[in-house]
Design a protein around this ligand. Structure first.
Ligand SMILES: [Zn+2]
Length: 163
């Protein structure tokens, strides 16, 4: 028997014209992209927050302040590696990750296999333990107007008792 914990993460970024759009470590071809301090990878940020939450390690802003130049423009895959190291220090391994991206465009389904490959490598887990889903917001609200992109993630982490 071991200990199992669940975590939840959410993130949102503005979309700006002629800005790179990095999602799940994949650079998307699009007229606009997510804007933020790091590479603004909304999917990876939601996953990082889910993992940190599960291990009760506060949130991504606590570990990677947007006032710290070390994280300016950095690939969020590097942030994910840091987060996985933090939960490992507490004796946990990742069970699985399930994530949802909400945006109107572009279509991300063709890119999901590549996202899984990048995330599996950064988190040192199997692609089988990573689920990524996508939906539009039915043209409603800020997501529908393509002003922003949102992601949610849940994860399960576990450790053996006595470790
Ligand atoms: Zn973010």
């Amino acid at each position: 028997m071991g200990k199992i914990k669940v975590g939840f993460g959410f993130d949102v970024h503005q979309l700006k014209e002629n800005h790179p759009f990095v999602l799940g470590g994949v650079k998307l071809e699009h007229h606009a992209g997510a804007y933020g301090h790091s590479d603004a990878d909304v999917l990876l940020h939601a996953i990082c927050d889910a993992l940190l939450g599960a291990a009760n390690l506060r949130d991504i802003g606590f570990h990677f302040s947007n006032k710290d130049d070390r994280w300016k423009g950095i690939s969020s895959l590097v942030l994910l590696q840091h987060v996985v190291a933090l939960i490992k220090e507490k004796g946990f391994v990742i069970g699985n990750i399930d994530a949802m991206v909400c945006l109107e465009a572009p279509k991300i389904n063709p890119h999901i296999p590549a996202m899984k490959t990048y995330i599996a490598e950064a988190a040192a887990i199997s692609e089988e333990d990573i689920s990524i889903k996508a939906t539009t917001n039915e043209q409603m609200g800020f997501i529908g107007r393509e002003e922003g992109v949102v992601a949610y993630a849940v994860c399960l982490i576990e450790k053996e008792y006595g470790t």
